[in-house]
Design a binder for this molecule. Structure first.
Ligand SMILES: [Zn+2]
Ligand SMILES: [Zn+2]
Length: 149
């Protein structure tokens, strides 16, 4: 299913209206798929299309999209909150390789399904815990910063 369609369905299921601004916000994330944006960055992107939109509105709409699980949040070492889409057409499970020095976030889709499946199995068997989602972050040094050190 197309992500835009998923977006509309989630809103409908939760009895929320898709306003023009909410749609713009969603599109901002769609058009910046590889990025993990802060509220300020999203705002900077959206005002190019709708100069009248304030940062408070962007902030509130991001909160709503996060509550509806359309977005997922990444909290970095320095406390920065970054957001990215949580819905996709195919497999969206990926690792984040986060550089502690420059803050770069590398996305890796090279996730071995069998590895994840065996972890889920352990959680289920040992803790009776049923996994419905995951966020996998690794912290370290990127190639550039590693060379300097
Ligand atoms: Zn770095
Ligand atoms: Zn990501």
């Amino acid at each position: 299913m197309k992500v835009l369609q998923q977006f509309y369905e989630i809103f409908e299921e939760n009895n929320y209206k898709v306003t023009e601004q909410r749609k713009l916000l969603f599109e901002a994330f769609l058009e910046n798929r590889e990025k993990h944006m802060t509220v300020e960055e999203v705002h900077g992107y959206i005002i190019k299309k709708d100069p009248g939109i304030g940062i408070a509105t962007v902030y509130r709409s991001i909160q709503l999209l996060y509550e509806l699980k359309i977005l997922q949040k990444l909290i970095l070492d320095d406390g920065t909150r970054r957001y990215e889409l949580n819905i996709s057409e195919g497999n969206s499970i990926h690792y984040h390789l986060i550089c502690r020095e420059c803050g770069e976030i590398i996305e890796s889709y090279e996730l071995r399904d069998d590895l994840l499946e065996s972890m889920k199995k352990i959680f289920d068997e040992d803790y009776g815990f049923l996994v419905s989602g995951q966020q996998i972050n690794f912290f370290g040094l990127c190639e550039k910063c590693r060379d300097i050190k």
